[in-house]
Design a protein around this ligand. Structure first.
Ligand code: FAD
Length: 281
């Protein structure tokens, strides 16, 4: 963990672009509550294939106008160079300096036009077109990406993104801190020195978490799964247990030298705030 300890701590929250006016209004209130905690930035997800392009842009702008730093996510699968160039230029014109650069997953029924295949190509493209304007974050997978050929290959591919010019990384969420510690050790052996900020998923709902974890390859340890299953519809118990487990995870990560935390807020303030408070941030 030595390479991570020297970075200054950074905390951030992730939102997705709301689909309804009510969602927009609710997110504004969530943003203001979380903004009072003074995070480094709020990031906003992007629907691969461009499905939320305007929603992501609008959400980012409203965060920016409220005086907070913000980082739009951007996926390259299915996008053309020209589309991405225009969107990135729009961000530059609106004083956005941070981007989370991803490959994304092609939505079912859509086919890639094939200009980009992997996130390292997007990072290289952003650097070639816009130099050092953007601080570029990329994704990291301590439990390995579900499509990775093997663990070593995934690490090598992660390194490609850093070599292409990424400044730092945010991890997929995980509940086993050893996966992160080992990942960092492997990165150190590969001479990867950028901050790798753990992504933290507050637990508030078991079925959604189980479904999403299956899709993205995040493991819910058996002891957590069994307890969450046993709570059935008792959401208060799920939340209390989840808060306890994720607080403990955050403690272990920060104590070991993780360079901050990125909260997958799911557009909710309460769960992230409770963990934040328990961690004494
Ligand atoms: P890559 O780094 O390109 O890796 C994808 C796979 O390809 C891996 O298995 C890797 O090992 C392999 N690979 C990479 N490079 C090469 C290469 N050169 N040759 C051969 N194989 C290679 N999705 C969204 O749609 N919108 C979002 O806003 C979004 N935000 C995210 C934020 C974070 C922090 C994380 C962790 C994920 C996010 N995702 C998002 C999900 C992400 O798009 C998916 O996990 C996607 O499958 C991979 O994206 P990536 O950028 O990690 O891809």
């Amino acid at each position: 963990m030595e390479s991570q300890k020297k970075h200054s701590l950074q905390f951030s929250f992730e939102f997705f672009p709301p689909k309804t006016d009510k969602g927009v209004e609710k997110l504004r209130a969530v943003r203001d509550r979380l903004g009072a905690l003074k995070p480094k930035y709020f990031s906003v997800t992007y629907g691969a294939g461009g499905s939320t392009q305007q929603g992501t842009f609008d959400t980012v702008m409203s965060i920016r106008q409220a005086g907070f730093d913000t980082a739009p996510h951007l996926t390259c699968i299915g996008a053309s160079r020209q589309d991405l160039r225009e969107l990135l230029q729009r961000y530059i014109d609106n004083d956005i300096q941070r981007i989370v650069a991803l490959r994304g997953d092609m939505p079912s029924g859509m086919h890639s036009s094939g200009e980009f295949h992997y996130a390292n190509e997007l990072v290289a493209f952003i650097r070639a077109e816009f130099g050092d304007h953007f601080h570029i974050e990329v994704a990291a997978y301590p439990e390995f990406h579900p499509q990775a050929r093997n663990a070593q290959n995934d690490l090598d591919n992660f390194k490609r993104k850093i070599e292409a010019g990424a400044n730092s990384a945010i991890t997929q969420y995980f509940f086993n801190p050893d996966a992160y510690f080992r990942f960092i050790d492997d990165c150190e052996r590969l001479d990867i020195k950028v901050p790798i900020v753990p992504g933290i998923m507050p637990i508030t709902n078991y079925s959604n978490l189980a479904r999403f974890s299956d899709m993205c390859g995040a493991e819910i340890p058996r002891w957590i799964r069994k307890r969450l299953e046993a709570f059935a519809d008792d959401t208060d118990s799920i939340k209390a247990f989840g808060e306890d487990v994720v607080t403990d995870l955050g403690h272990q990560l920060l104590e070991a030298g993780a360079p901050g935390l990125h909260f997958y807020s799911m557009n909710q303030a309460d769960a992230s705030m409770a963990i934040w408070k328990n961690l004494g941030l």
